[in-house]
Design a protein around this ligand. Structure first.
Ligand SMILES: [Zn+2]
Length: 220
């Protein structure tokens, strides 16, 4: 049975993680998200987990060597397909992953990149309306507002704006995203393997568009 690999990418706040999850549930393909891999290793107390934890706690990116070790390990799972979420995130990681695919993939296996496209304006709007509580609950002033202004429904704590969601930081995050995603878009476009999805629709609609396009490509 040929395998299908779908690499999700999109700006922060595009909802790609949610969509990757929905697709995984529908298809029973395995989702590979570096965040999940780190959490699992940390919880299991492995060497890689301990190392990853150190970098995450210091607010640094986990080195590629650790990331690739974990990705390689999870690609050994028995499944008809894999969904990558949040990885590869730049040119270097993509090139390394492609070299690795060359070694392990068979002729009929299919790799596609799926871009959840959302304009910068919309991302700024979405993230700047996000409010957090120290208890972990996340609100959105338009889509998911608290009952009382600035107060958490669950614990009564005062809501705050995450540093990452402040306008200046959002602009910076988007700049980094664009500088890194340009290579991805160009590469997959040239291969004829870029699936572009309009990420500015309701969540359910986005999911439907993804299913439609994968079906057109006979991947599902
Ligand atoms: Zn709370």
């Amino acid at each position: 049975m040929p395998k299908t690999i779908i690499i999700f990418f999109g700006p922060p706040g595009s909802g790609k993680g949610t969509q990757a999850q929905m697709l995984a549930q529908k298809t029973e393909w395995k989702k590979i998200s570096t965040g999940d891999l780190f959490r699992a290793e940390i919880a299991a107390g492995t060497e890689a987990g301990k190392l990853a934890d150190k970098y995450i706690k210091a607010g640094k990116l986990v080195p590629d060597k650790i990331v690739f070790g974990l990705v390689e390990k999870s690609l050994k799972q028995k499944t008809a397909g894999f969904i990558f979420d949040g990885f590869p995130r730049n040119k270097k990681q993509l090139n390394e992953l492609l070299a690795f695919f060359k070694k392990i993939l068979k002729k009929n296996d299919q790799v596609y990149a799926l871009e959840v496209a959302v304009s910068d304006e919309e991302i700024k709007q979405r993230l700047s309306q996000r409010r957090m509580c120290a208890c972990g609950k996340v609100y959105h002033l338009v889509y998911n507002p608290p009952i009382n202004k600035d107060i958490c429904d669950i614990c009564g704590g005062r809501l705050f704006i995450r540093n990452d969601d402040k306008p200046k930081v959002i602009t910076h995050r988007l700049k980094i995203y664009h500088s890194q995603s340009k290579f991805m878009t160009d590469y997959w476009q040239k291969q004829g393997r870029l699936i572009k999805i309009d990420g500015e629709q309701p969540i359910k609609k986005i999911h439907e568009e993804i299913m439609e396009k994968l079906s057109e490509l006979k991947l599902i």
